[in-house]
Design a protein around this ligand. Structure first.
Ligand code: AMP
Length: 131
């Protein structure tokens, strides 16, 4: 059965898209730790990030870098933190989280709520800053 992320890539489930190419897709996490919390996924469906072929994994970080630089430019943050969990969705993904301190990337914290419009505006801002 296709993962929820494969359904997002296929356009069967809506997402707040930020950027994509032929191999990767970036979109906002709907239960964010911070405004601009983004997920980067490979289009090929693989559960565990470290099961990806070397080239696909290496290029995924380069793709994530471009997205992270756009987050840096548009969100009020000191850094973009990077996390890999994969405990919930069995489709490899990297979390990119704008952070100002250690607590901003604590996954046990309550997630933030944004309206559909707020998510759309955030995605558009980051997307527009993509080079
Ligand atoms: P984990 O697998 O533990 O890294 O967590 C999966 C992440 O995917 C969580 O932060 C969820 O909020 C996020 N997530 C799950 N479903 C969706 C969705 N439909 N759109 C955006 N993010 C999602």
């Amino acid at each position: 059965m296709a993962t929820i992320f494969s359904k997002i890539i296929a356009g069967e489930i809506p997402s707040y898209r930020i950027h994509e190419d032929d191999r990767y897709y970036a979109f906002l996490d709907i239960n964010p730790l911070a405004e601009g919390h983004t997920l980067v996924i490979p289009k090929v469906e693989t559960d565990y990030l470290f099961d990806l072929e070397d080239d696909l994994l290496a290029d995924m970080m380069v793709f994530a870098k471009k997205v992270a630089l756009a987050i840096d430019q548009t969100m009020a943050c000191k850094r973009v933190g990077v996390a890999v969990l994969g405990l919930e969705v069995p489709h490899a993904h990297i979390h990119l989280i704008p952070i100002n301190n250690l607590h901003d990337i604590e996954f046990s914290r309550p997630k933030l709520k944004f309206s559909d419009k707020e998510f759309r505006v955030t995605a558009e801002k980051i997307s527009a800053a993509m080079k």
